[in-house]
Design a protein around this ligand. Structure first.
Ligand SMILES: *[C@@H]1O[C@H](CO)[C@@H](O)[C@H](O)[C@H]1NC(C)=O
Ligand SMILES: *[C@@H]1O[C@H](CO)[C@@H](O)[C@H](O)[C@H]1NC(C)=O
Ligand SMILES: *[C@@H]1O[C@H](CO)[C@@H](O)[C@H](O)[C@H]1NC(C)=O
Length: 234
């Protein structure tokens, strides 16, 4: 995906910012041989994680269902004391649906050029060294100037990741092999209505979609997921 100039600009600013903030032990700066540089564990092919998200003090919980064999990924987003959960359903053919299942009922879809993240999406990440994160000793990597990723040294489970904007995911549970029932992956009927002009606009420019407050709050999160997938897929 071609990033816009604005995105690149933001990226440069926030990257600089993050190098200042990110724990980068001395080891990360000294040259290391290939063999003793830790590499991130690939994601399990299927897992369920509960994420506690913080973006400039806007808190949310995300139910993440990653299903690589199923070619699908779910982010079910609940803002703190917010509206109904927002379902962000991503298919490997590039189609994404964003919808609510309680009033106000809404659905938008988007067609992206990329599918869901591959289990090995962290391959080639740059090792930054070790840091204590949320009480866990972690190895840290950064990838594509988009994400900083912290993995527990002892269990190899992810503990935290931080997008370049500062949006942070704290991993609260990580159930390897957990799979959500097929029925739950079915987007509701109102996602398939043909006469919705807003939906057509959305298909053309997914990055500017915003159809109500609940969604626009999460717009940034979804956009980041999308940009992440795009930049790491190539
Ligand atoms: C959320 O992040 C902000 C920094 O952006 C921090 O000051 C605040 O303590 C965090 N809140 C929680 C509940 O972690
Ligand atoms: C992608 O797959 C989903 C789920 O099967 C389907 O709803 C959607 O129409 C597909 N999109 C395309 C472009 O084929
Ligand atoms: C168009 O969609 C709206 C909901 O968005 C629905 O109420 C209406 O019946 C639809 N009209 C036609 C002609 O399908």
């Amino acid at each position: 995906m071609a990033l816009s100039l604005l995105h690149l600009h933001l990226l440069i600013i926030t990257t600089t910012f993050f190098f200042l903030l990110s724990p980068a032990p001395a080891a990360a700066r000294s040259p290391q041989t290939q063999s003793d540089t830790p590499t991130p564990a690939p994601w399990p092919e299927q897992f369920h994680a509960l994420l506690f998200m913080n973006y400039s003090n806007s808190l949310s919980m995300v139910d993440l269902w990653y299903d690589w064999p199923g070619g699908r990924n779910f982010n079910i987003i609940q803002d703190q004391l917010g509206g109904p959960p927002l379902f962000d359903l991503e298919w490997n053919n590039g189609t994404s649906f964003f919808y609510t299942l309680r009033e106000p009922l809404r659905c938008r879809s988007a067609q992206l050029e990329v599918g869901v993240l591959r289990p090995n999406w962290l391959d080639g990440a740059t090792y930054l060294g070790r840091a204590h994160v949320n009480g866990f000793l972690c190895d840290a990597w950064t990838k594509a100037d988009f994400i900083w990723y912290y993995q527990d040294v002892e269990s190899s489970r992810p503990v935290k990741w931080v997008f370049y904007t500062g949006r942070t995911a704290h991993v609260m549970t990580f159930e390897v092999g957990a799979v959500l029932d097929d029925a739950a992956w079915q987007a509701p009927d109102y996602c398939f209505q043909k006469n919705d002009t807003t939906k057509e606009q959305q298909l053309e420019s997914p990055e500017i979609f915003s159809f109500d407050n609940a969604l626009s709050i999460n717009h940034n999160l979804i956009q980041q997921n999308t940009m992440l997938r795009s930049s790491l897929r190539s």
